[in-house]
Design a binder for this molecule. Structure first.
Ligand code: NAD
Length: 258
């Protein structure tokens, strides 16, 4: 399938987890891809080389720290602009709001929310000039609902949903769409890292936390996969989604239906 041949996609935070899965699926659909994270190691560049080889597309890795606004804008500039922008970089921290470390709050807001503002601002002029563009923000079921102990993450993800709607309105009718995907639990390093914290907060063992706490809200009791999130991004880049804008697509096993 080469539906996206000739398009360039930037995926922030894509050296692991959902971002890497999205990059893989966009490349499978023919897009040239730009991978990103804040590290600049040989293994980061090797990920891009492997995708290029597997899918006969151009793939690059560009290091940029999404907690820094100038770095976010420089990423888009170094990539030479993009047709598809996937704002995926994100981190999590779990603590009661009255004990939430201020620096963690600021870091989560910067990486999970403000980065999408900066990259979108940098990418839109090029998309407007071409009359085609896709901005896909990876929000969360926590962009639509809340859970205790995740104040910064949930505030940032609700913010991403609001930003997506606003951008969609500003570019409506210009061939550019902006949407947010709201995954439920996808088993990635980010989720893996939450398990010890959740075990402590709830005083439960690993298996009980997974079954009773994490997948308690996901009626399917199954994790979503990175391929499914990637496939949803590819759909949003397809002609079938030309009029899908300013909305959220949940990939959450029924979480937000409850
Ligand atoms: P992950 O930890 O595997 O991936 C996060 C990515 O962001 C990594 O590539 C990491 O290197 C990158 N990153 C972190 N800080 C960065 C920074 N300062 N600059 C640049 N890159 C940075 O986690 P994931 O589960 O794949 O999460 C990806 C996105 O999906 C996040 O926005 C997360 O909130 C969202 N999400 C995940 C789940 C889930 O269950 N895994 C559910 C809903 C939403």
């Amino acid at each position: 399938m080469a539906m996206l041949r000739g398009k360039t996609a930037i995926i922030t935070g894509s050296n692991s987890g959902i971002g890497l899965g999205v990059a893989e699926e966009l490349a499978r659909a023919g897009a040239d891809v730009v991978l990103n994270s804040f590290t600049d190691r040989p293994e980061d560049h090797a990920l891009a080389e492997a995708i290029a080889a597997r899918h006969a597309v151009s793939a690059r890795y560009i290091a940029a720290d999404m907690s820094n606004g100038d770095d976010c804008r420089a990423l888009v500039e170094k990539a030479g602009g993009c047709d598809i922008l996937v704002n995926n970089a994100g981190i999590q921290f779990v603590a009661p709001v009255d004990e939430f470390p201020v620096e963690k709050w600021n870091q989560i807001l910067a990486i999970n929310l403000s980065s999408a503002f900066h990259t979108t601002a940098a990418a839109l002029p090029g998309m407007k000039a071409k009359g085609w563009g896709r901005v896909v923000n990876i929000a969360s079921a926590h962009g639509l609902t809340a859970s205790p102990f995740k104040s910064a993450y949930i505030a940032a993800k609700h913010g991403v949903v609001g930003l997506s709607k606003t951008v969609a309105l500003e570019v409506a009718g210009k061939g550019i769409t902006c949407n947010a995907i709201c995954p439920g639990y996808v088993l990635t390093p980010l989720v893996e890292a939450q398990i010890p914290d959740q075990m402590k907060v709830h005083n439960m063992d690993r298996e009980t936390v997974i079954r009773e706490v994490m997948l308690d809200r996901q009626p399917s009791r199954q994790f979503a996969t990175v391929e499914q999130i990637g496939g949803t991004v590819v759909y949003l880049c397809s002609p079938a989604a030309d009029q899908v804008t300013g909305t959220t697509i949940s990939v959450d096993g029924g979480w937000t239906a409850m």
